[in-house]
Design a protein around this ligand. Structure first.
Ligand SMILES: Cc1ncc(COP(=O)(O)O)c(C=O)c1O
Length: 439
């Protein structure tokens, strides 16, 4: 870059910082007037400067920011490989598709294999199982942890079981010791959906490092955001190679965008029945997708990752404030429980209205909505009762009684770092008034 261009660039950054303070500096919280959201993007001038920096590069596709983002993300999680993609849903499809790669030899997954999962969750944890022609096998979860148990998984095993695909529900890790051990014992793949759990730990280690491959989401509601975005992470070089190929159109070549001849054999190899020396850039070893991110998304991610430890601390702190406030109503609500050995960076504070309570979930969540306090249900409730799933091939391994209770009576409140103690105290006051009204 020439000197004049560099000077202009820095002037632009200064203006962006000024703009940020004018446009985004937060007004004070006004109870009953300022919405108490369940999630949202938390950022400052550094994300916008970084975004503008990448815009001025005008590189557009994955580039220097993506390289930095992937390296920092892998270092944070503790995996050898981390690959950015355009959403958590893409990450889940990519993760499962990579496990079907011929690069994995006889251990690879195939259409018709059974994958154990749960119906109480987000649709795009289960969808890739259907989309790849495998069979989801549904088991129930526990109310309180909102995760399933190793015993439930063990009972659901069949001679067709080849994988276990579970989300760490709302940031609460699954029982990774026991489930990881079962996966090894039965020689089945463990896929961790960490979309709501970046920064949650189990036995002091980050989630996403226990299974064969893990997925992450960076949609604005999540622990960090790129706007839209996601990632897969793994320690297995063959799975990483397959994932990269599938992400990048299915190509065999591992060059990054704009790079040429990384292998030094671009025109020097025989691939199948292609003519000798066929350009490696156009050799396809997988039936792939294009799930890549732009450098502008990664530029935001680079700054968000620096804030991640503080974001996680704030999530844990907000969870504790809710927990303390809800103790007094434990006869009306089942309160959330962290999985033993875990330290969740909670995505949210989930509660289940007891059937002995003098109100229903909907009565309470409507009341909160009227007082500008956002809540959400635990995603799809029982996925099998959603219209889209009426005709899918599947097996239900046990009664999904708790899943149905979750659909009827569970909701969650936010823990995201944009929430202050003052906002949570206001919300607790509103809930108190509601409960007193109900006698
Ligand atoms: C558990 C889980 N998996 C996957 C996803 C999908 O992520 P994305 O919205 O980035 O596609 C979500 C989304 O919130 C989720 O909660």
């Amino acid at each position: 870059m020439n000197e004049a261009a560099s000077r202009i660039r820095h002037r632009i950054f200064e203006l962006v910082r000024e703009f940020y303070h004018e446009q985004f500096d937060k007004p004070a919280f006004v109870p009953g007037k300022t919405p108490v959201r369940y999630a949202g993007r938390v950022f400052d001038d550094r994300e916008i400067v970084s975004l503008v920096d990448s815009a001025l590069d005008f590189w557009l596709t994955a580039g220097r920011f993506t390289e930095e983002f992937e390296a920092s993300l892998g270092a944070f999680i503790g995996t050898r490989f981390a690959m950015a993609v355009n959403s958590g849903s893409s990450a889940n499809l990519l993760a499962l598709s990579a496990l079907m790669s011929p690069l994995l030899g006889p251990r690879r997954l195939k259409a018709g294999d059974e994958i154990i999962t749960v119906a109480a969750g987000f649709p795009t944890t289960v969808n890739p199982i259907v989309q790849t022609g495998m069979i989801p096998v549904f088991i129930d979860v526990e109310i309180g942890t909102y995760n399933t148990t190793v015993d439930r998984i063990r009972r659901a095993l069949s001679d067709k079981t080849r994988g276990i695909f579970l989300a760490h529900t709302l940031g609460n890790p699954i029982d990774l010791n026991a489930i990881g051990q079962l996966a090894r014992e039965k020689d089945v793949f463990l896929i961790e959906d960490c979309c709501d759990a970046l920064g949650s730990t189990y036995g002091g280690k980050n989630v996403g490092t226990f299974g064969h491959i893990a997925s992450f989401s960076f949609y604005p509601a999540h622990h960090i955001t790129l706007g839209e975005g996601g990632a897969v992470a793994t320690n297995d070089p063959a799975i990483a190679t397959a994932a990269k190929s599938l992400r990048d159109w299915g190509r065999d070549c591992a060059c990054n965008s704009g790079e040429n001849n990384r292998c030094n054999q671009r025109f020097g190899r025989q691939y199948g029945t292609l003519p000798f020396g066929y350009d490696h850039k156009y050799v396809y070893s997988h039936i792939g997708y294009n799930f890549k991110v732009t450098d502008m998304q990664s530029a935001i991610g680079v700054e968000q990752l620096k804030k991640l430890p503080e974001f996680c601390r704030r999530r844990r702190e907000n969870f504790k404030i809710w927990e303390k406030g809800f103790q007094r109503w434990s006869d009306s609500f089942v309160l959330p429980e962290a999985t033993p050995c875990s330290d969740p960076a909670w995505f949210a504070f989930p509660v289940t209205v007891r059937n002995t309570a003098l109100f229903t979930r909907t009565e309470l969540t409507e009341y909160l909505d009227r007082h500008l306090i956002e809540t959400r249900n635990l995603f799809a409730g029982n996925l099998l009762r959603q219209p889209a799933y009426a005709g899918i091939g599947h097996r239900v391994a046990e009664d999904l009684a708790n899943t149905d209770i979750i659909m009827e009576r569970t909701f969650f409140l936010g823990t995201y770092p944009g929430l202050s103690g003052e906002m949570i105290d206001y919300a607790l006051g509103v809930i108190d008034a509601f409960i007193k009204e109900r006698g």
